[in-house]
Design a protein around this ligand. Structure first.
Ligand code: GDP
Ligand code: MN
Length: 386
């Protein structure tokens, strides 16, 4: 789960990383109230899950309420690289002397954590890495040993930060590493990490990716889910516990297993169709899960045909078939369905499906055949509608 800047800063604050006081706002009046609370001058910052907001016009300085109104009005609703701005973060503006960079992430190839620090912050770090690789200090951290103060000092010195910033930066690195490990993040990044004209070191931006596999031990993460960038389909799927990703096409896809679901998307593309989604109902999926999956696909008005691709292993063919029959009894599935059912108890499943009206559902012997039929049905429906 990717956090918005304001959420990331809240997370940072929990681990003792200094950030500016501020508040969120969803409209212009709230923005003025937030600015008053933060204290002028303030920065008005678009909350979207993309970087480079500054250059794209999503970050503005405001000296009074009038300027907050102007900037908040302009930024709310703005499209930043395909992300609609629905929330702002306003914080007391900092007076910047230097902009640095700091991050921790997992280096899978090295089987260790990777810490990066650079004196060239505030700009795209990938660009710095490409043009001036030596400007980035890197260190691998053995997870069993952790980050010591000595190693943090080495990073900061190697990166060439202003000596005035050393102690502040070392303190932040130690806390940032705790945030990364104890906070169960896959990535924590501060860009820019600033040295203020008053000589303080603090986080001016926050990029945090939480490890969803650890969510079971973080009930407090629920607060981060109140506004997310998921569309309605993804919200419904998440509430039903399904592994779903919304896409732009017309062929709804249900498969058991992430690998099979991906192959199903590929084969739909291969025959000239476009997947409407990725949906993995998992191994051992019950009739109930299949019915829920069909509900989610059915709620997507763009779906013109549904391709159900099941290879029975733990998931038994007759369970899948019963799920489809249950779903058909529960909701009126708008699009025609094509199913490829193979593996454990496939024949028993097909037997059950023979009782279903063949105009609504047909079985095909192979994945490729089923993809071709689903694509043709989707195309026919789209042409019929046009
Ligand atoms: P990003 O462009 O999406 O990464 O957004 P950032 O939060 O990193 O802000 C981009 C740039 O805006 C920073 O590198 C700063 O130069 C500038 N900026 C952000 N907040 C402040 C502030 O409080 N004071 C000043 N002077 N500049 C700021
Ligand atoms: Mn930034």
């Amino acid at each position: 789960m990717d956090l918005f800047e304001y959420q990331g800063k809240r997370y940072f604050a929990r681990f003792g990383i200094p950030v500016s006081p501020g508040a969120t706002a969803d409209d212009v009046d709230q923005a003025v109230a937030a600015a008053t609370a933060a204290g002028y001058p303030v920065v008005v910052k678009a909350q979207v899950l993309v970087g480079g907001r500054g250059k794209a016009g999503g970050i503005k300085l405001a000296r009074d309420a009038e300027e907050v109104r102007t900037h908040a009005g302009a930024i709310l609703g703005m499209d930043l690289k395909g992300h609609r701005v629905r929330r702002l973060w306003l914080e007391h503006a900092s007076s910047i002397d230097q902009e640095y960079y700091a991050s921790f992430t997992l280096d899978r190839a090295a089987r260790a954590h990777l810490g990066l620090v650079s004196a060239r912050g505030g700009v795209d770090i990938e660009q710095v890495a490409a043009s001036e690789p030596d400007a980035i200090a890197r260190i691998h951290i053995d997870p069993a040993i952790g980050l010591s103060e000595g190693v943090a000092r080495q990073l900061v010195e190697q990166a060439g930060l202003d000596p005035v910033a050393h102690d502040g930066a070392i303190g932040i690195l130690l806390n940032l590493y705790r945030c990364y490990v104890e906070g169960d993040a896959d990535l924590v990044e501060i860009n820019p990490l600033i040295l203020t004209t008053e000589g303080r070191v603090m986080a001016l931006d926050a990029k945090v990716t939480l490890d969803d596999n650890a969510s079971f031990r973080h009930p407090e993460w629920d607060e981060f889910r109140d506004i997310d960038e998921h569309d309605d389909r993804e919200r419904l799927a998440a509430s039903l516990g399904l592994q779903y990703v919304g896409l732009d096409g017309e062929v709804g896809i249900i498969a058991n297993g992430a690998g099979l679901a991906m192959s199903t998307c590929d084969v739909v593309n291969q025959v000239g169709g476009r997947p409407a989604n990725f949906l993995d109902i998992g191994g051992g999926a019950s009739a109930e899960v299949m019915a829920n999956a069909l509900d989610v696909i059915n709620a997507d008005p763009k779906v013109k045909a549904i391709f159900i691709n099941i290879f029975g292993g733990i998931t038994r063919g007759e369970e899948v078939a019963n799920g489809i029959v249950t779903a058909l009894g529960r909701v009126d599935i708008a699009a025609p369905m094509v199913i490829r059912l193979d593996g454990t108890n496939a024949e028993a499943g097909r037997e059950i499906l023979r009782t279903v009206d063949s105009a609504r559902l047909q079985t095909q012997p192979t994945m490729l055949d089923a993809a071709r039929v689903a694509e043709a049905l989707a195309r026919a429906a789209a042409e019929g509608a046009a």
